[in-house]
Design a protein around this ligand. Structure first.
Ligand SMILES: Nc1nc2c(ncn2[C@@H]2O[C@H](COP(=O)(O)OP(=O)(O)OP(=O)(O)O)[C@@H](O)[C@H]2O)c(=O)[nH]1
Length: 225
């Protein structure tokens, strides 16, 4: 389906709370790290706590999709934990679990939600200003656009993206076809890309994209704090 680059626009007013929900994925095997990334500490907080705290500033509700066998660290009280329906099947199954939950839960503010920000828990230097800028842009897009995705070094970042709630159908179809890749899902969606250069003024070192997957990545991230 079509892809176009987003034309730069001026930021508008603050985005009303409740317009955007968020899904934070924290299952997975953490094989490269050798220990569950969700519970690793960065400064005073665990990865998962920090990620949720920052995203909670700009999205509600924030849903954590966890593996049923996972021992989760303490989280801010307002964060909802949902068990992954497809544990260890990868991020697409986690996204599908989260979207299904949001679409089913009428009690949640999600009824008014137009978009869902998706993140892993292993980018704990995520930046609320960057997400808010993406939200402002998302609100200006036509309803036919399914997702707004950051592009860094020519690669889409599906775990730093806003998806329309309605793409649960496409996510389910992709999953049922046996696909497990968010990149593959994006190929079938109407995507608007945000070149990372357009967000760099808000986070010049692009810390928001720093994926911490290995002990070496962790040492580098800790040296920044
Ligand atoms: N809920 C859920 N989250 C997942 C799953 N697989 C990966 N994630 C999360 O998605 C993000 C990206 O995961 P990856 O780094 O690609 O994989 P990983 O399993 O965490 O790590 P490796 O085993 O080292 O590849 C991380 O925040 C993971 O916690 C899954 O099956 N379910």
């Amino acid at each position: 389906m079509s892809t176009r680059f987003y034309d730069n626009i001026e930021p508008t007013d603050a985005v009303p709370r409740g317009k955007f929900a968020a899904i934070v994925l924290c299952g997975g095997r953490s094989q490269r790290m050798g220990t569950d990334k969700a519970s690793i500490r960065l400064g005073d907080e665990t990865f998962l706590h920090r990620t949720c705290r920052v995203i909670d500033d700009v999205a509600a509700p924030v849903i954590v999709i966890a593996n049923p066998t996972q021992a989760l660290p303490t989280l801010p009280a307002q964060i909802t934990v949902v068990l992954d329906k497809f544990p260890n099947e990868g991020p697409l199954g986690g996204l599908l679990t989260g979207l299904t939950f949001l679409n089913d839960q009428r009690k949640l503010e999600a009824a008014e939600t137009c978009g869902v920000f998706l993140s892993g828990c292993d980018t704990p230097l995520v930046n609320a200003n960057v997400i808010a800028e993406m939200q402002r842009r998302f609100l200006t897009l036509e309803p036919s656009v399914d997702a707004l995705v950051v592009v860094h070094e020519s690669r889409r970042q599906p775990l730093h993206a806003i998806y329309r709630r309605s793409i649960a159908t496409q996510a389910a179809a992709s999953f049922e076809r046996g696909e497990r890749s968010l990149q593959k899902l994006l190929q079938g969606l109407n995507v608007v890309e945000v070149p990372v250069s357009e967000l760099a003024a808000l986070d010049p070192d692009l810390l928001f994209l720093k994926n911490i997957n290995t002990p070496e990545d962790l040492a580098a991230a800790r040296s920044l704090l």
